[in-house]
Write a protein that binds this ligand. Structure first.
Ligand code: NDP
Length: 281
């Protein structure tokens, strides 16, 4: 028997599972398509229903994979996509959203994000997001790769405080946001979607992580995900096209790490003692 996945409440009141699923690097080769579609479907079966994609991934290919996986079961997913910064003018955002909807084979997104900040004024992007919301094409909108200053600027534009999430790089080896951005978002009740939650696999060879994982008969990836699941308002979105690893990631929810082991992880992966610029991948 597995623990159910805890939920995180979005500013609009909707509850979503605190463990999601990423799709970067999907939709790039035909040979991988069927295993990628299977992995999206298994993520839904396992309750990891926050499915994160973007117009950028595979040049629309990842959205097509997700669209294929969601055929006949669109309502099982909390579907997230993103607009590229150079498309994020008022008209460009609306056009990009419609193109994403076409590739995804749906009439609405649950959440639409500005992928990172670019040249277009935030007012224009936010106005387009609000227009898409009013038209029923998106249920909520948010941002990605926004540091504290960006969030404050966002909150100063009309409707900017309607932002529903900030998606940022956060994992054991990238803890800079704990100094200021994470508390800022928690205070404003804006959940964080933690991208690259296992640092694209690079942290899994860390000796302390391996040591602690062994003590719990778990894997390093599970401990890395448990670290994020422990934090209020944080939704890690690990990507895998491998069904065994997907089940493994889901089972991270069952891990119950003792305080002395969290302390060992703090020593191995120290939290920040000063402001760090927001890291991006
Ligand atoms: P992740 O930290 O999720 O790592 C993904 C890599 O780890 C893949 O190579 C995967 O390989 C492997 N992997 C997954 N699970 C395991 C496991 N249990 N054991 C060993 N290896 C594993 O990195 P991502 O950069 O993909 O981040 C996750 C998602 O976040 C992205 O897919 C995307 O949706 C989003 N993202 C958003 C960004 C933004 O700017 N907003 C930037 C980067 C990512 P395999 O598939 O072969 O299992």
């Amino acid at each position: 028997m597995h623990d159910t996945i805890p939920t995180v409440t979005l500013p609009g009141g909707e509850e979503v599972p605190s463990l999601g699923f990423g799709t970067w690097m999907m939709g790039e080769t035909r040979a991988q398509a069927s295993s990628e579609i299977d992995s999206v479907r298994l993520a839904l079966d396992l309750g990891m229903t926050v499915i994160d994609t973007a117009e950028m991934y595979g040049d629309g290919g990842a959205e097509r994979i997700v669209g294929e996986a969601l055929k006949e079961r669109r309502e099982d997913a909390f579907l997230v996509s993103k607009v590229l910064p150079w498309n994020a003018s008022f008209d460009g955002t609306i056009k990009a959203c419609h193109a994403s909807l076409d590739r995804l084979g749906t009439d609405h997104l649950d959440l639409y994000l500005l992928h990172w900040r670019g040249e277009h004024p935030l007012d224009d992007t936010v106005a387009a997001m609000e227009e898409l919301k009013a038209a029923g094409r998106i249920r909520a909108w948010g941002v990605s790769n926004f540091d504290v200053e960006d969030m404050e600027e966002l909150f100063s534009v009309a409707d900017g405080e309607n932002c529903a999430v900030n998606q940022i790089l956060y994992n054991l080896s990238r803890r800079g946001i704990e100094f200021d951005l994470l508390p800022w978002c928690q205070e404003h009740r804006i959940p964080i979607m933690a991208y690259s939650p296992i640092e694209q696999g690079r942290i899994l060879h860390h000796p302390e992580l391996i040591h602690i994982a062994k003590a719990y008969q778990a894997t390093p990836a599970q401990v890395a995900l448990a670290f994020l699941l422990e934090r209020e308002g944080v939704i890690p979105i690990p990507k895998t096209s491998n069904l065994r690893r997907l089940q493994e990631n889901r089972d991270a929810v069952d891990l119950d790490i003792a305080d002395e082991d969290w302390a060992r992880l703090d020593t191995a992966f120290p939290p920040p003692s000063r402001k760090m610029p927001l890291a991006m991948i």
